[in-house]
Design a protein around this ligand. Structure first.
Ligand SMILES: Nc1ncnc2c1ncn2[C@@H]1O[C@H](COP(=O)(O)OP(=O)(O)O)[C@@H](O)[C@H]1O
Ligand SMILES: [Mg+2]
Length: 263
């Protein structure tokens, strides 16, 4: 048994806002094993971004501890960052750059030598089937193509762990499919992937194991089959609502993103 690549132990984050304290994440504990895709599934406001940001060293936890690739997020943040590729929901791409220039720009910011950047860029564009995009300006890209470029960027330094916050956010079904395939390819390359999503279908399709996150707390962890067996219901959606308690006040947007599917 290989050691887990991501370990979260009682991670909590409390924000102070004008309205008082916001418990964005409370006692979140889970592990991602080597080579798996682990998904945090939950509606808007569940605490997904907060949790992923703590694991990516962007946010300091209020309490709890975590490690990524064996490095502690609090005491070894630089080593953690060297070992992760992070995809945020806001892309931060520049329309005037071509795809190749985008990768070079971020490579230089991260102190990678130009020679290495060029070799990696060709490898990655080839693997992700995006050579035809390489010298086009990002401003001409579709939303899906932009997301693919962001994913390409996340593996530039060849990290063993990827932390992807809502990788299919705002994508139509075709583009979401491309992104799903790209993430599967990353897993085939041996990477460990922690992602978040509020879309049941994506979690169901892509994740080896799922953590059900609701109002800052993890309610259950398991494969789709395990969650269904534990909580009953014919699909992940029913298991989800059963896991978070009867009459769970899932918000409208969550329901909109997760229309009942009968197959
Ligand atoms: N910087 C912040 N200050 C105050 N509240 C925040 C901040 N960031 C997030 N929150 C709150 O924490 C909760 C969880 O947010 P978030 O982690 O973004 O959830 P998700 O990504 O699942 O939609 C929400 O209620 C959100 O409003
Ligand atoms: Mg979020």
């Amino acid at each position: 048994m290989t050691s887990p690549l991501v370990v979260s132990e009682g991670l909590s984050k409390t924000f102070r806002s004008r309205k008082g304290l916001v418990h964005a994440a409370t006692d979140v504990s889970f592990t991602c094993h080597a080579g798996e895709i682990f998904g945090l599934l939950g509606p808007n406001g569940a605490g997904k971004t907060t949790t992923l940001r703590m694991l990516s060293t962007i946010l300091t936890p209020t309490s709890g501890r975590a490690s990524v690739a064996g490095f502690d997020v609090a005491t070894q943040p630089e080593s953690v960052r060297e070992n992760i590729g992070f995809l945020a929901t806001e892309t931060g791409l520049y329309d005037r750059f071509t795809a190749r220039e985008t990768i070079r720009f971020f490579g230089r910011i991260n102190d990678l030598p130009d020679g290495q950047i060029n070799t990696r860029t060709d490898e990655i564009f080839d693997a992700l089937d995006m050579m035809s995009l390489a010298d086009r300006r990002v401003g001409t890209f579709s939303t899906g193509e932009k997301q693919k470029l962001s994913l390409a960027r996340s593996i530039l330094h060849d990290p063993p762990v990827l932390i992807l916050d809502e990788p299919t956010f705002g994508l139509d079904v075709m583009s979401a499919r491309t992104v799903v395939r790209t993430i599967e390819l990353f897993r085939q390359q041996g990477r460990t992937i922690l992602l978040s999503t509020h879309i049941m279908r994506i979690a169901e399709k892509l994740c080896d194991r799922i953590g059900i996150l609701f109002k800052g707390r993890l309610h259950a962890i398991g494969s789709v089959d395990e969650l269904r067996a534990q909580f009953g219901g014919e699909d992940l959606e029913e298991a989800f609502f059963s896991a978070v308690g009867s009459g769970a006040p899932a918000n409208e947007e969550f329901r909109r993103s997760n229309p009942p599917v009968r197959s």
